[in-house]
Design a protein around this ligand. Sequence first.
Ligand code: FES
Length: 117
Amino acid sequence: MGQKEICSENKQINGKIFYKTANVSELQEKKGKKFILDKVPVAVFKVEGEFHAYSNVCAHQKGPICKAAVDSEFIVCPWHNFQYKVKDGKGPVGFNDFIPYYQTSVEDEFIWVSLMN
Ligand code: FES
């Protein structure tokens, strides 16, 4: 958990560049893992069997999102408990803070993450 890995292997999937991150078996349910994709720090989570990727940098004071707890539909920053929706990185209703949410794809038992929207 919180381990840093630099990922440079990438390929195009449906016209977008995706970076290879963890094998699906490496992620534990509701635990984040940090990767660096083209110098961008990204946190990858498995929640209810699905993979999600976010900026690893909290919008509040740059706390490490890879160490966030998962509380039902939110991931919760470990530093001051800002919440972001698991499904899209947006804050709860009434809050404008968000963290970038990245598209993921599972191929060949690996989780691939795109920095492109
Ligand atoms: S740095 Fe994330 S809540 Fe403050």
